[in-house]
Design a protein around this ligand. Structure first.
Ligand SMILES: Nc1ncnc2c1ncn2[C@@H]1O[C@H](COP(=O)(O)OP(=O)(O)OP(=O)(O)O)[C@@H](O)[C@H]1O
Length: 248
C-alpha cells in the first residue's frame, strides 16, 4: 500500500494549518512529531480521508481520491483511531471491534473471527465480553488499537495512542506496533522514546510544513550539543525549531 499526498493545503475556515505538503507513505512505522497545535491530528484526519484537503491530491495505490465515494472505498483499507475516540460505554469489547469490522466492509461471516484475531493481537481476548466502560485506560487504548487493525487495513493511523499508558502498557503497545510492521502505520506522539523504540521513519511537522522527513538516526544526527535535551533525538528535534523556541 502507498498513500501519496501531493501539494496538500489544509485548514479550518480561513486558518491555514498545513501548507503545500507532499509526502509518500510506504510500509513501516512512521512517527509524526511536532509541538501542540502543529497540525498532527489534522494531518491524520486528512490521511484518513475524513477531512478532504482544501487543495492538493491524495492517492491510494496510485488512484486519486477525488470524491466522497472514492474516499469511502479507500476507508476499507484504512484503520484510523482518533485521539479521543468515542464508544458506547455499555457496548462489549467484541461488539466495539465488530462495529469497526462492519464499517471497514469486512463480510458479516468474518466479523467475529476477524474481531477475535484483532483482540488477540492486543491481548484482550479474555476481555471480549467485558463492557467498554469497565476497561482500564490502557485496556481501552488497546481496544482502540483493535478497532484500528480489525480486517487488516493496509494503512493504520493512530493519533497519540500512548497517552495515559503506564510504562508496562507502553511496552505492550510497542510490541503490538512492531508486529504490524508489514502494514503502513502512522502514529502521532509527543514521546521521543516511542519514536526511538518503534519508528522506521519520523516526520516533524511545524508551522504547517514537514521540517524533517527521514530516519530516526538521521534526525538524531542533526542534534547540536548546545541545545537542551536528554538524547540526540530530543536535541535533533530541538534543532529544527525556530531559534526562539530552542531555549527553555
Ligand atoms: N475542528 C477544528 N476547528 C477549528 N480549528 C481546529 C479544529 N481542530 C483543530 N483546530 C486548530 O488547528 C490547529 C492544529 O490542531 P491539531 O489538533 O491538528 O494539532 P496537533 O498537532 O494534533 O496538536 P496536539 O499535539 O495538541 O494534539 C490548532 O490551532 C487547532 O486549534
Amino acid at each position: 500500500m502507498s498513500l501519496h499526498l501531493s501539494n496538500i493545503h489544509q485548514g479550518y475556515g480561513s486558518d491555514v494549518i498545513i501548507r503545500n505538503l507532499t509526502i509518500d507513505l510506504k510500509r513501516g512505522v512512521i512517527g509524526l512529531l511536532g509541538p501542540n497545535g502543529a497540525g498532527k491530528s489534522t494531518l491524520l484526519r486528512t490521511m484518513a480521508t475524513i477531512m478532504p484537503p482544501k487543495s492538493g491530491e491524495i492517492s491510494l495505490d496510485g488512484t486519486v481520491i477525488r470524491d466522497e465515494r472514492a474516499a469511502r472505498r479507500a476507508r476499507n483499507e484504512i484503520g484510523y483511531l482518533p485521539q479521543n475516540f468515542g464508544y458506547d460505554p455499555g457496548m462489549r469489547v467484541i461488539d466495539f471491534v465488530q462495529y469497526a469490522a462492519w464499517l471497514r466492509g469486512v463480510p458479516p461471516s468474518d466479523w467475529r473471527a476477524s474481531s477475535m484475531s484483532a483482540l488477540e493481537k492486543v491481548d484482550l481476548v479474555e476481555s471480549a465480553a467485558t463492557k467498554m466502560k469497565k476497561l482500564s485506560g490502557g485496556m481501552r487504548q488497546r481496544a482502540g488499537i483493535a478497532w484500528a487493525i480489525v480486517g487488516n487495513p493496509s494503512l493504520i493511523l493512530l493519533d497519540e495512542p500512548t497517552v495515559g499508558l503506564d510504562p508496562r502498557q507502553r511496552l505492550q503497545f510497542r510490541k503490538i506496533i512492531t508486529s504490524l510492521r508489514n502494514s503502513t502505520v502512522v502514529l502521532s506522539t509527543h514521546l521521543t522514546d516511542d519514536i526511538d523504540a518503534i519508528c522506521d521513519r519520523v516526520i516533524v511537522l511545524h508551522g504547517g510544513e514537514a521540517k524533517f522527513d527521514g530516519s530516526v538516526s538521521e534526525l538524531s544526527a542533526t542534534a547540536r550539543a548546545d541545545l537542551p535535551g536528554n538524547s540526540d533525538l530530543e536535541r535533533g528535534y530541538m534543532s529544527l525549531l525556530p531559534a526562539e523556541e530552542q531555549r527553555l
